[in-house]
Design a protein around this ligand. Sequence first.
Ligand SMILES: [Fe+2]
Length: 265
Amino acid sequence: MKQVFPLSIAQITDIHLFANEDQKLLGVPTMESLGAVIEYLQMHEQELDLLLLTGDLSGDGESESYENLRNLLSPLQIPTYCLPGNHDHAIAMSEFLSFGLISQRKSFERGGWNFILLDSSVPGKVHGHLSQETLFWLDSQLKATKDIPTLIALHHPPFLVNSSWLDSSRLQNPEELFAVLDAYPKVKLVLFGHIHQEFEKHRQGVGYLGTPSTCIQFQPGSQDFTLDPIYPGFRLLKLHGNGTWETSVPRVAFEQTLELTALGY
Ligand SMILES: [Fe+2]
């Protein structure tokens, strides 16, 4: 009997690279902290089938920041897909992150799962919103793709995370997203970033997972902007052909001196 292995993926999010390679975000050199994550991924390269980068890949939206990201990712021989967050410049991102194993495709099938990547960014705003065009496209993709387990990814959380300063910038129209997803029981997982902390919630048979940043971390449950001195992290997932999944959030040991000033996030 043929042995079926689960698909192994990593979600990397809120990288916040800058045009200036040495620039820090509140004390954290974001190139170096991502480097620590990439080192981990390199050690597990053989086990990973794909990488999902879920927005705020850049901290300044500059072309050079995406070039820096491309250079850092280049040693990894893992197919990589990405979507924009509020700090990204979608055009520069698609221009520079379309190279080698880095793809700009937003709907694809791999390992018996469908993947659909959404753009929840709103130009000039911190909060997220899914346009009618995006919701219509999501529905059309769910209709057109095979009836196999499906993973959706976007940058902004469709739930409150119990941090009022952060909750104001969540996805502003989650009900419209749920209305589409509820019609397709094949949807099993929704991944997002933006909140720089681990989060898990289940709704109507769908797991909604938020993932730590590869640089600074936000304190869970904080009502005002507060950094958490916990190490940078990312998410690993094993996706089984029957729609079940397992996940873990590794942290990478990284020495950092946080600057505890409020960030205009
Ligand atoms: Fe964000």
